[in-house]
Design a protein. Structure first.
Length: 444
């Protein structure tokens, strides 16, 4: 039975409040320095016993005001606002993605409603993980692996079982691409002679898009290549396993001490790697993940296309920030970005794909620059956590996906020329970092 929208929004409101409570628990329990602020955490010695009303989302923090003498003045205000924001924001996201279908529709029928709800579910889960990562980063200037690793694994799992929950592409870029091609044709040839050709080209493009499916893949806006299909084509399996083990390698406890030469640095690197207790668990995770990836590759179809797209989004987004972290640290002679930003981008890429990963990374500095200048003016600090701005840009990318994809699709359609665009952007970014270092040395 189809419930009316106000009733559905009310249910989503309640779910959002519960999700906000879970976010608060994770923020205080998974931090580098855990704190017992949440009513779901064990209380400090000397605190009053938890009461039933303390566990009610939103209202429970009002009752916990009695703990201000031990937990600090107004300690309850931020977590209450987090749960309010979650309770209000989740119905707004539901209205935007399901009711207005602002990201695009999968077509008429019950299957369309299922796709819209799966997209919303995936984005709601990602939003919760982004909230946890952002709040911990604000508190401690660090994004812990217990947040980003489960988030990345969940993003890959959802990609395999909900393949159509990726961001849609069909309705977002098709009208733009047709008008774009038509304007190019009019500029090159007389309109009377080319009108039939433009119409035929547009019709062919429509058929091409319908044949590729309506969700974002690693090859979008181009059709899915046969060489990356499931069994028996081995190219896709190799790409997926390379992305998977690149992520595993990024998580390994690596230490490089180059002061005594490359030989000893290499020995110390492997000695530290083998002695770490984390290494064994990550290797087991890598082996289990390899088996599951191969299983989905054998199944093939949309599940494999979706999982491979998520794997490339995970590895590509993380590699982008990883490279900028290395180059930026060399130029600025200080840590440009924390490695938590790398693992955060891996999680965002696993949920959204490599194309949105690039878009959100390019959007994130705009908000960070304004906030950074304000903090420098008010407090004189030049370091700010970058994770919240990555998450803010990811949310902006999600809600504005249709116009963003219509605008950036011609750029991603450049194919191999996109590498040249990246090279130019890398050079400009390097010059920007050099200017920032000069300003820091001369002015700050």
């Amino acid at each position: 039975m189809d419930l009316p929208f106000p009733l559905r929004a009310g249910l989503v409101f309640l779910v959002g409040a519960v999700v906000g409570a879970a976010v608060n628990w994770a923020v205080y329990a998974l931090a580098w320095h855990p704190r017992r602020l949440s009513p779901w955490c064990a209380s400090w010695p000397g605190q009053s016993a938890r009461r039933v009303q303390d566990f009610v989302p939103i209202l429970g923090w009002w009752f916990l005001r009695r703990e201000q003498t031990t937990l600090g003045r107004r300690f309850w205000l931020r977590p209450m606002l987090v749960e309010i924001a979650s309770a209000v924001g989740l119905p707004l996201l539901y209205w935007w993605e399901v009711e207005t279908q602002a990201l695009g529709s999968a077509g008429p029928g019950a299957s369309s409603a299922a796709v819209l709800h799966s997209v919303f579910l995936k984005h709601a889960i990602l939003t919760a993980f982004m909230l946890v990562a952002s709040l911990i980063d604000v508190d401690e200037r660090i994004i812990p692996d217990p947040v980003t690793i489960p988030g990345t694994l969940l993003g890959l799992f959802l990609a395999a079982i909900l393949p159509t929950a990726h961001l849609p592409t069909r309705e977002a870029w098709l009208p733009y691409s047709i008008s774009f091609e038509a304007s190019q044709s009019r500029a090159l040839s007389p309109p009377q002679a080319m009108s039939s050709d433009v119409a035929d080209h547009a019709a062919a493009r429509r058929q091409n898009v319908r044949s590729t499916g309506g969700f974002l893949t690693l090859s979008s806006p181009f059709p899915w290549p046969k060489s990356l299909g499931g069994q028996p084509h081995g190219g896709g399996a190799l790409v997926g396993l390379f992305c998977w083990w690149l992520w595993i390698f990024a998580l390994l406890p690596r230490r490089w001490f180059g002061r005594k030469g490359w030989g000893k640095a290499f020995v110390y690197f492997w000695a530290h790697l083998f002695r770490s207790r984390v290494t064994g668990g990550l290797l087991v995770l890598g082996i289990v993940g390899t088996a599951l990836i191969l299983f989905v590759w054998i199944l093939g179809g949309e599940a494999w296309q979706s999982l491979l797209s998520a794997l490339l989004g995970m590895a590509g987004s993380a590699a982008l920030v990883w490279l900028i972290r290395i180059v930026g640290s060399m130029i600025l002679d200080r840590e440009a970005m924390g490695f938590g930003d790398v693992t955060l981008m891996a999680m965002l890429g696993a949920f959204l794909g490599w194309q949105p990963g690039i878009i959100l990374f390019l959007l994130s500095p705009f908000a960070a620059l304004g906030v950074g200048l304000l903090i420098w003016i008010l407090h004189g600090r030049t370091e700010i956590p970058f994770g919240p701005f990555l998450c803010l840009a990811a949310m902006a990318t999600i809600v504005s996906w249709a116009p963003l994809w219509a605008w950036t699709m011609p750029i991603f359609a450049l194919g191999p020329l996109l590498l040249l665009v990246f090279a130019v952007c890398a050079v400009l970014f390097t010059l920007l970092l050099m200017v920032l270092r000069l300003i820091r040395e001369r002015v700050l």
